[in-house]
Design a protein. Sequence first.
Length: 326
Amino acid sequence: MSTLPSHHYSPAVSVIMPVFNGERTIRQAIDSVLKQTFQNFELLIWDDGSNDSTASIINSYSDPRVILCGKSKNFGVGQARDSAIKVARGKWLAFIDADDAWVPERLEVLMEKANQIGESFIFDNILECHDDALGKIHPWRPMREKHAFGGDNLNIINVPIEKLISSNRSLLKPVFPLHYIREHEIVHSNHSYGEDMDFFLRMLAYSKLPIWYVPYPLYLYRITPGSACANKDRYELFKMILEQGIELFPESPNIQDAFRRKITMVNRDEKYIKFIWSIKDKQFSDALNMLLRNPWFVIEFLLRAGNTLAYHAHRIRHGGHMRGTY
């Protein structure tokens, strides 16, 4: 493990991992990066003021590509990523959270595609996972359906930004050229939700990079039990990001319309989730009033019931522990 990167070495990929109190999962995250079949990378771990054994776990690695940086005070995940980006030396940039993992072939697949198509914004499918009491990750299902973005589930496809904005799932874990971030001085916002989506939208607006989707679930993402209820301000924050996105593309009415469609989708989902919250909070009169004004809640409930049951069955089977702070 190194403490500061040497500028004499220029890896193909800088992998950024912010962490705060990640002792339970960070070893698996680090190991999944070090076991990549593509080995030309650096792993910059920004310890954002952890007060558990996170730092000692990172220090136990002798691989010089594992680089520990950070500060004693906690500033938040966005600023942690930005701080690590400042010292990154790779041509390409990739992010991984300290409670997630990669399949061994992930970087090889993505960098092979990058070499074929040149500078671009490339993202893969995500495998949603639960974990057990010991922190072991258990795959559940791919986040995106087989024919996402009109693809065939086999070949990489070009995705118009309108389709990316309008898609049901907004979580992205891309690789992209680092120099656009520095040239346009793009940094993460301090939003408590959606700061990564805000970051990517601004990067795409300024860089005009083509977007490519690799339909293989190569990123293992620990889902949070009850995450829909974890941040009750998330809908307002997400809509604010989408409204700002409209302003990022003043020359593109089609893209602006995609943002407006997405805002409509978020408004609809917010209404339904508030109905569910009222039931969980035992505010049954409020729930009944909402149901009378929005009878489509019944159909929505039935459509989501199967997925919800499958989710909780898998979560309970494997312990269903919460994700870490980052």
